[in-house]
Design a protein around this ligand. Structure first.
Ligand code: ASP
Length: 586
């Protein structure tokens, strides 16, 4: 038997017991006549003592050779510790060792296996198995497991069944590129890895399963943005005979349950914001509503006074920053620099301070008098001591810029409290989005999303105005989930494919299986999918998802531990009917 207890078990109650422990050497302190070893496993740390006088000589000698990360097994007696350590659960006791087996030696690890390590990110990814030994990383994986258990508990209790859908499929058009897998047995043909199980979960509803969920890997070959992974996990869900309200209620239930179970926090009913209002008031469709600074449009108050920067623009829009009138020149300059960065792209930033004495000071004093400024203050809701910041330009870009500035200010002012959860449903998305580049419509969510029934009439006449029964769940400014009521009528689905510029033949080749299924009594259905990695990170009060994934890819989509992706040898390529780089050159 390798162990009678783990390294977190032993307490005063165990005094004088003979015990066996196994684990890794966290550190050793050798005083010459006495050696202390911190023994670590997943559960904790226990102090071991080897004492020249009390430990058998050959055991004592063996202990001298112990080094960091050696795997050992010890037998010994639990004794009371002289200097207690209240930081660890076993801090009252230590084990006086009388038998020591070195189960495996270890090279000196490339970075310290401690809470604060000296290893850089790439190095830690290369030796991910060592990084996982560190408490902060290990805890995140344990946390993730807890959340997935809670998800399964809730979903099962609510009557959902977990069904696995295939990984080797045919492309699902959800905006991103597919990762593809060449088929050896079907020359020249490829599978695609699913971007999501969308069509399969709809087919399960046609199959009468009524309530489906799956915690499932999805794959998207997107250009990598910070904190995106090419493979990620979704909680994927679908229900039959539901309207939007039913889906929102069901999954508001799930998120409330998770926040309660995991964080012990009760959340009231989630607010709802229509897509259009989110764009107007926050400049984007994933608003962080933990704080205010809601956008106010100022065109009618600020234009026509001879200030060119405002006059000819589509939108003049501002926010009131609470208690920021005392920002120094330098602080304001750094905000100006922030909006002028190429990623944001604003030309400048107008500011107005509402001083404590009730006076105004602004960067546009030459053009506007204090009654103008007062009207802006009223509109933006700025009070004495606040700072108004204003941008102008074409509506879409300007909103985008102000939204970045709003988030930057929230960070600066400490308004993004990771222990506060502010979920919000975003509803009433447009069904279609016009793409200037390709000169055609794209489905804003995906092509299976149902238009609002009352908008079906105007699909032909005015497609841009058609709203969808689609919804996103946003928590603390992150899109955590999204879904929709689906089209279950073959004719309507055909019409949408047509609007999206798919010919009948194209639609048939890509989605014939779905269209066919719709001929056999497809029930009304709808669902949602949550980004599980992100949800877990948010529940843990963290921003990055990488540490919640056991073996993540780096920013270039590489696994630098196993060195993937990698080249295939010629024979393998040949079997797959693929050409090598050399073949292509010839
Ligand atoms: N399949 C969709 C997605 O991955 C979610 C859904 O509509 O249920 O975004």
């Amino acid at each position: 038997m390798y162990r009678t207890h783990n390294c977190n078990n032993l307490k005063r109650e165990n005094l004088n017991e003979s015990v066996t422990l196994s684990g890794w050497v966290q550190k050793t302190r050798n005083k010459g006549f006495i050696i202390w070893v911190d023994l670590r496993d997943r559960y904790g740390i226990t102090q071991l003592v080897f004492d020249e006088e009390r430990t058998p000589e050959e055991v004592f000698n063996k202990a001298k050779a112990l080094n960091r990360e050696f795997v050992i097994q010890v037998k010994g007696i639990v004794l009371e510790r002289e200097s207690k350590n209240s930081n660890i659960n076993t801090g009252d006791v230590e084990v006086l060792v009388d038998e020591l087996t070195i189960l495996n030696k270890s090279n000196t690890p490339p970075f310290t296996i401690e809470d604060n390590t000296d290893g850089g990110e790439e190095l830690r990814m290369q030796y991910r198995y060592l990084d996982i030994r560190r408490t902060p990383v290990k805890e995140k994986l344990i946390f993730r497991s807890k959340v997935s258990m809670a998800v399964r508990n809730y979903m099962t209790k609510e009557g959902f069944i977990e069904v696995e859908t295939p990984y080797l499929i045919k492309s699902t058009p959800e905006g991103a590129r597919d990762f593809v897998v060449p088929s050896r047995m079907n020359s020249g043909q490829f599978y695609a890895l699913p971007q999501s199980p969308q069509t399969f979960k709809q087919l399960l509803m046609v199959g009468g399963l009524d309530k489906y969920f799956q915690i499932v890997k999805c794959f998207r070959d997107e250009d990598l943005r910070a904190d995106r992974q090419p493979e990620f996990t979704q909680i994927d869900c679908e229900m039959t005979f539901v309207e939007q309200e039913d889906v929102l209620a069901q999954f508001e239930g799930l998120i409330k349950y998770l926040i309660k179970e995991i964080k012990g926090v009760e959340i009231e009913e989630f607010p709802r914001i229509k897509y259009e209002d989110a764009i107007k008031n926050y400049g984007n469709d994933k608003p962080d509503i933990r704080f205010g600074m809601i956008f106010s449009e100022l065109n009618d108050l600020a234009q026509g006074k001879g200030f060119k920067v405002f006059d000819s623009q589509e939108l003049v829009v501002g926010i009131a920053v609470p208690n920021a009138a005392n920002f120094t020149r330098k602080e304001i300059d750094s905000l100006i620099d922030f909006v002028k960065r190429p990623q944001i792209g604003a030309k400048g930033l107008i500011w107005v301070k509402l001083n404590d004495d009730g006076s105004y000071k602004s960067s546009v004093d030459k053009f506007f008098n204090s009654s103008d400024l007062e009207s802006w203050a009223k509109r933006t809701g700025a009070n004495i001591g606040d700072l108004i910041l204003i941008l102008s330009g074409d509506a879409k870009t300007t909103r985008h810029q102000l939204s970045s500035l709003r988030m930057e200010l929230a960070k600066k002012l400490g308004l993004r409290n990771p222990n506060e959860f502010a979920p919000v449903w975003i509803t009433d998305f447009p069904l279609l989005e016009w793409d200037e580049e390709t000169n055609r419509f794209h489905a804003m969510h995906h092509p299976f999303t149902a238009p609002k029934p009352e908008h079906i009439e105007i699909l032909n006449k005015n497609p841009r105005e058609v709203k969808a029964n689609a919804y996103d769940l946003v928590i603390n400014g992150n899109e955590v989930g999204g879904g929709s009521i689906r089209i279950h009528d073959g004719d309507l689905q055909a019409k949408i494919f047509d609007l999206l510029g798919l010919t009948f033949e194209e639609a048939n080749t890509q989605f014939g299986f779905l269209m066919n299924a719709f001929k056999y009594g497809a029930p009304p259905h709808g669902g949602i999918a949550f980004g599980f990695d992100r949800l877990v990170a948010i529940l843990c009060g963290e921003e990055t998802i990488r540490d919640f994934i056991a073996f993540p890819k780096n920013n270039s989509g590489r696994d630098i531990m196993i060195e993937a992706p990698s080249y295939l040898d010629k024979l393998q390529l040949k079997e797959l009917f693929l050409k090598t780089t050399e073949d292509k050159e010839n």
